[in-house]
Design a protein around this ligand. Structure first.
Ligand code: AMP
Ligand code: MG
Length: 332
């Protein structure tokens, strides 16, 4: 059966086609158009919505051409219905509803964070339950994944997400958006011990995060060093402190749950240093870290197509009568 997944919740206009035979997925096509925010320094919701409107038709056309199939060949359609920016969500959902109704195909509203949570299973069949560290531009949470549509929140950020912190600090350094990629590149040849920065919630016995204090400390450090010509040491130190904080929280969650499987996902999970550090932390507890390939960590259509398959497999009924949900907690 062939599944189409459409994603437009933030600043990626993406769609993908997968064929699943006996639980084994095959990628038929995969298209992502990423918006460029170098001029504005971040996502402007109205601009993002207009860009989705402009690019979704092109993304869809090239996707079906790449896959060599017709819309009539689809078995099911999935679309991100939330959480996200309302304008972008509406563009994707209206397109998906139009397609589903005109072709009489089943449609599933997909939870964007659930898609990040399940994406890893497309490549490796990680068994439930597992611990999930979800790190995207707007979310930072530790969750227990019991099953499809069954999540238990262990902790989340009390202020900024790690991705947001990376983006803001990179911007203060004059780097482009998204900041995480820039920081990772600059950090590669820097000394992580060079700059002393505070580790958020160091030694705390809970699973919550906080990154706004670290962000402020970084912005103040940058202000005090206006003639900085080489930010490599600073970036390495900053990246290390984020990894220290993430590792401590994951260690706490592993001790609390005794789980031996941990999944890292979301855009920030593309970072090789974070993957390495968290893999070492998991190994200390005899646990294994899983993460989607870096290219599938940031928003994409494959995660929506795969989650559509997971919902279908689980017997969740399709429906065309649903609203977009800009705010949507993970289902318990
Ligand atoms: P998402 O919201 O899942 O699309 O993820 C976007 C976030 O991922 C942004 O905050 C980016 O800065 C961050 N990001 C993307 N690539 C990397 C990377 N290689 N290292 C760290 N953060 C990254
Ligand atoms: Mg995302």
């Amino acid at each position: 059966m062939i599944y189409l997944g459409i994603e437009s919740s933030c600043d990626e206009t993406a769609a993908a086609l997968i064929e699943v035979v006996a639980g084994i997925p095959k990628i038929l096509g995969h298209r992502v158009h990423s918006q460029n925010h170098t001029a504005s320094g971040g996502v402007i919701p109205q601009v993002a919505a207009r860009e989705h409107l402009l690019h979704l038709p092109k993304v869809m056309e090239s996707l079906f051409k790449e896959a060599g199939i017709q819309p009539q060949d689809l078995g099911g359609i999935g679309v991100t219905a939330g959480p996200g920016l309302i304008g972008g969500l509406l563009v994707g959902v209206m397109w998906a509803k139009g397609l589903a109704l005109s072709l009489s195909k089943p449609l599933w509203p997909v939870h964007h964070l659930e898609a990040h949570a399940l994406m890893v299973r497309m490549e490796v069949p990680v068994a439930f339950p597992y611990l999930l560290l979800l790190l995207s531009g707007g979310h930072c949470m530790l969750t227990l994944v019991h099953d499809v549509q069954r999540y238990e929140l262990l902790g989340q950020t009390r202020d900024d997400a790690a991705g947001e912190c990376l983006d803001k600090v990179a911007r203060a350094l004059g780097g482009p958006y998204p900041g995480g990629v820039y920081i990772e590149e600059r950090a590669r040849h820097g000394n992580p011990q060079a700059v002393n920065l505070p580790i958020p919630f160091e030694h705390a016995a809970h699973c919550d995060f906080s990154f706004s204090g670290l962000k402020t400390a970084c912005l103040q450090w940058i202000q005090k060093h206006p003639n900085l010509t080489d930010s490599q040491d600073f970036c390495a130190s900053f990246q290390k402190v984020i990894a220290d904080s993430l590792s401590e929280r994951v260690a706490h969650a592993l001790r609390q749950t005794s789980l031996l499987r941990c999944v890292l996902s979301g855009g920030v999970a593309a970072n090789a240093y974070f993957r390495q550090r968290l893999q070492e932390t998991c190994a200390k507890y005899g646990a294994k870290l899983y993460a989607p390939p870096p290219a599938y960590c940031t928003d994409n259509g494959l995660m929506i197509a795969w989650t559509t398959y997971e919902l279908h497999r689980k017997g969740i009924a399709p429906c065309t009568d649903f609203q977009v949900r800009p705010q949507w907690p993970l289902p318990h």
